[in-house]
Design a binder for this molecule. Sequence first.
Ligand code: PBG
Ligand code: ZN
Length: 274
Amino acid sequence: MPGHAQLSIDQLLRECEQCRSLGLGGVILFGIPERKDEMASEAYAAEGITQRAIRAIKREVPGLLVITDVCHCEYTSHGHCGFVKNGDVDNDTTLKWLAKTAVSHARAGADILAPSDMMDGRVAAIRAAIDEAGFSNTPILSYAAKYASVFYSPFREAAESTPQFGDRRSYQMDPANGREALREIALDLEEGADMVMVKPAMPYLDVIRQARDAFDVPLGAYQVSGEFSMIVAAAGNGWLDLERAMVESLTSIRRAGADFTLTYFAKDAAQLLG
Ligand code: PBG
Ligand code: ZN
């Protein structure tokens, strides 16, 4: 992705120092392990890349909020978000992985856990596991309304997490369904989510607005890799003014009702808007 690369922990720390000095609200980590396997073992290893990264940031860049993406697609050899049985992701085994991964992130010092897998019952499973491990104050930011979107493609290439067979439509949401998003959000809140997120953002501004009107909890939106890359590519061709397109896209997400936005423009926007 333009302007974005996989980082070693050293590079990550420099990046995080910049983020902190720009006054960003926080960072979200996606780990890419050296070894991928069918059990996503590196996702919940105490010495996994994400766990080491969390500890390093908490130690070296205090004061910067660290959110972790809790999912397994970067850690499985096949690129699916959970345990594959008979060619499809097995929901209940994956819940056990999610609980282990979330606890390992909390132990390493993560401030907020953000499950992005879309398994049924995941928020309850994670909440129970982290409470039992002594992290009842660690909040869960649920990717509650996450659509099966083509706009994740640049991320999957960057994160080496493209599914090797099939797709994610059995666990992510159908783009044609609007009201289902509200049901998914309500369920996640009942299960104990503290904050919820809609993803992608710009093609789903209506969903953000409906969620804002229906629920009185912090609401996030994720301007995903494809949204970002389209704008950067159009600007690169001389078709759009990059800064104006960036600011207008972020403004539209805010106007739709998001309290906070996850975006690959974060540093540029912070520099520009102060
Ligand atoms: C992992 C995950 C994905 C993204 C965030 N977490 C990819 C996916 O679901 O395939 C996408 C982020 C982006 O496109 O910027 N489940
Ligand atoms: Zn995933």
